[in-house]
Design a protein around this ligand. Sequence first.
Ligand code: GLV
Ligand code: MN
Ligand code: MN
Ligand code: MN
Length: 440
Amino acid sequence: DEQLASLKVNQGRLMEDIHHTCQWGTGQKWGDKPTETGMSRLALSDTDKQARDWFVETTQALGCTTTIDAMGNIFAVRPGLRTDKPPTFAGSHLDTQPTGGRYDGILGVTAGIEMLKVMADNWVETEYPVGVVNWTNEEGARFPMSMVASGVWAGSIPLETAHNTREVHPGTATMASELSRIGYLGQTPASYEVIPMGAHFELHIEQGPLLEMANKKIGVVKGVQAYKWFTINVKGRDTHTGTTDLKSRADALLVASKMILHSHRLATANSALASTGILNLKPGSTNTVPGEVSFSLDIRAPKDSTVEAMAELIKKDFSTIAAGEDISDSNLGCTLGLPCEVTITEDFDSPATTFHQDCVDAVHQAAHSTIGPDAHDKIMEMTSGAGHDSVYTSKRCPTSMIFVPCREGVSHNPREYCKEEDCALGAQVLLQSVLRFDRM
Ligand code: GLV
Ligand code: MN
Ligand code: MN
Ligand code: MN
């Protein structure tokens, strides 16, 4: 045990792997300019394929057997001494946001590979097999359902639904067509019954400011807040901007704007979050009143009941706003126009998650032994604001996460940055958590 506790990740080698994988997808944005440090490696793009190929080659060279399932999830497994329990996995994702950074997801996968390298260098024999997994389309940026592939693996999302999910831009490809195009439509069913896990540990940047503000180094993640995604479609009428007086308009954008603002009022009143990240309007002409608008709405809160209540309020109030009535000052002193039609579709639902105490304990202990005497001051227990594949793995196996601070808490941004020493500390806690769980 002491010998295992003395195993150390190699910070330089971990950082080399991170930056090596970032050659695929740097600056490739939705048709935009390159960025210095940012990443745009959309799920199942050519650059995602390149990063996947590297993952498969690297893990196989480290003595792993790799399995690709029907969602393109890649499971690399290193044998243990015994076979009567499924592997303990470390995992995360290699896909990024269209304007993402180098750490979200990538850190967790490369730290898993670093764990395998440390084990290989030191001839470590674990009791049970140990694995590293790369989950497909965690971001939900290209195919608008986050954590969709771990969701299928967990039996929470039907394979058909996932396969038929269409990309946001330009909307021609589906997940199935892109999986097949890049050669990652695996033969193995995407199911926890076929590819079981003994446990799942995920190292991730916090993506928020709490650790940095509190001057902490490791977040022991106890769970993930609840969220729901909606698409709202508002139909009004295209009319001439110069000839149509304000009362005679059915301005879909004005109505959508009131709805978005109102969602923030509701969020403020309910200690929840509301965000719109996609907004489309038609026809897109300076001198035509927009007749149709669709927008995304992402609602989050620690409790399921809050998210449910928000969803109900939104359905009711958006209908009222579309009908042309003024509620809680939603009209903001504008002239009320003609009614619009609204349809609200719930696209995605992720209830609040509580992680398994054994895994939380393993992370806690690993963090304590790694940091040493002042560990108390450097560790914080927390709930994740972001969704992660660990949400779905936790439905089927003991799961927990390790957070490390990122600069100013900024993520989903090319400026996302995590100090090298913090990446390495997180990787070290990941390694020690997996080793601890193996012996639990
Ligand atoms: C998933 O990454 C989410 O939190 O949106
Ligand atoms: Mn992520
Ligand atoms: Mn992300
Ligand atoms: Mn995420």
